[in-house]
Write a protein that binds this ligand. Structure first.
Ligand SMILES: Cc1cc2nc3c(=O)[nH]c(=O)nc-3n(C[C@H](O)[C@H](O)[C@H](O)COP(=O)(O)OP(=O)(O)OC[C@H]3O[C@@H](n4cnc5c(N)ncnc54)[C@H](O)[C@@H]3O)c2cc1C
Length: 409
């Protein structure tokens, strides 16, 4: 059996685990990341793509925004669509802030490159992970691979292993309360090699169901259609998908999405999910391991970054100042932001999707609400403020001196 030690053992090399490891490194705290999948798999996994103003600032302060600043697309607003008419929500005018479109897989590539350049210990395809002694002073991560067992003794363990990881289920029975809502629809998403023909994201309400026009780069578009939760993707030829996208997204002024080869397609379920608390003993959950939002509000990756920002800062205060208070409050600090993001994601989802079970009253009320957001500066400001990202609760800034590493990019 091989044994090693680190201050923080991190399970999962998604945005949460990688960013946490980097922030800890900037503060002189050691960590080891254990990731079930290969590096290539993590770097190619296409998921989220909208970074809040807050997340971009965090990445900049942490010195990992070099490529993001060069290649990310600055979006100063979004468009909402109804009955073929578009209405712009101008973020900069309403809030002074904007969002940046930059694929999650690109953020992951940048963070992996930076961790490796800084000598980080990242163990891809690590094997089967289990957690031991989370209530003890020295919890252990046990890894089994090819008949070999490794043990890592840690001061703390961060469960950053997403919704299907093992960290959440390592909490003792009864320690967690689950809050959950499942939606009666899913998103059928495609990634297409098609030049972008709109500057900003277009969220379209349509009687056949919601659709979203978005992009990952000037040449790659990402489009979504509301569909059944059990939709069989094999029944959706590329022609059928494009035809439905034209029907739902087509605008009265003649605009339609530009077609191109479909590179990827898949169906993603829609769910709101939170567990409380985010800590038990020396195990801390962060990101999708603790909460899921429907993607309508573009909050998933951003919430993951906020969690690890608080966790890194709490661990810094503990190690550098012997102050355990922030760590003790980690769960409640995160949950205040998580619930605001849950509310916003639920609200955007309710506003824009078609709910088959809605009564005629519900339907008229939904349309009235959408028209209100499209016509009231106050309502649009509320949407914009949440979309660009609510401010992080103030704590000590991330340690500077973290200039971009030219070798990484
Ligand atoms: C299919 C899908 C599509 C999405 N699309 C969008 C979108 O379009 N827009 C949007 O805003 N958000 C989207 N999201 C949400 C967003 O991608 C997540 O919120 C974000 O990835 C959260 O980051 P994370 O690091 O917490 O978790 P993850 O990115 O899930 O990372 C967790 C990591 O842990 C690893 N892991 C899991 N179990 C173990 C284990 N037992 N041992 C070791 N490693 C393990 C995983 O392989 C993974 O690399 C999507 C999510 C999914 C799942």
């Amino acid at each position: 059996m091989a044994r090693s030690e680190t201050q923080v053992g991190i399970v999962g090399a998604g945005p949460a685990g990688l960013m946490l490891s980097h922030l800890l490194h900037l503060n002189g705290i050691s960590s080891i990341i254990l990731e079930a999948r290969s590096r290539a798999y993590c770097e190619e996994r296409v998921r989220a793509g909208v970074l809040e103003h807050t997340s971009v600032e965090m990445l900049r302060q942490a010195g990992v925004a070099g490529r993001l600043d060069r290649e990310g697309l600055r979006h100063e607003g979004i468009e909402l669509g109804l009955r073929g008419q578009r209405h712009r929500i101008p973020f900069v005018e309403l809030t002074g802030k904007f969002v940046t479109v930059y694929g999650q897989q690109e953020v992951v590539k940048d963070l992996i490159a930076r961790r490796l350049a800084d000598g980080g210990d990242l163990r891809f395809e690590c094997g089967t992970v289990s957690l031991r002694g989370i209530e003890s002073a020295k919890p252990t991560i046990r890894i089994e691979k090819d008949g070999n067992i490794d043990e890592i003794r840690c001061d703390y363990i961060a469960g950053c292993d997403g919704f299907h990881g093992i960290s959440r289920s390592s909490f003792p029975d009864g320690a967690l309360t689950v809050y959950e809502r499942n939606y009666p629809f899913a998103w059928l998403g495609i990634l297409a090699e098609a030049p972008t023909s709109r500057e900003e994201l277009l969220y379209m309400h349509h009687e056949r169901g919601f659709s979203l026009y978005s992009m990952r780069s000037p040449r790659i578009t990402r489009l979504y259609l509301q569909c059944r939760p059990d939709e069989n993707i094999n029944e959706w030829s590329d022609d059928r998908i494009w035809s439905e996208l034209h029907t739902r997204l087509g605008c009265a002024d003649g605009w339609h999405p530009t077609e191109g080869p479909v590179l990827q397609k898949g169906v993603t379920g829609m769910r709101s999910f939170v567990v409380e608390p985010l800590q038990h003993g020396r195990l801390f959950l962060a990101g999708d391991a603790a909460h899921i939002v429907p993607p309508t509000g573009a909050k998933g990756m951003n919430l993951a970054f906020a969690d690890v920002y608080y966790l890194a800062e709490a661990l810094r205060a503990l190690y550098a100042e012997n102050d355990p208070e922030k760590l003790r409050r980690y769960s409640e600090t995160c949950l205040r932001r998580i619930w605001k993001a849950q509310r916003f994601s639920w609200w955007m989802t309710s506003l824009l999707h078609r709910f088959e079970e809605d009564s005629p009253f519900d339907r008229r009320r939904q349309l009235a609400e959408l028209e209100y957001v499209m016509s009231s500066r106050a309502a649009a400001t509320s949407l914009a403020e949440n979309y660009v990202g609510l401010p992080l609760e103030v704590s000590a800034p991330i340690e500077r001196g973290a200039v971009d590493h030219p070798a990484n990019y």
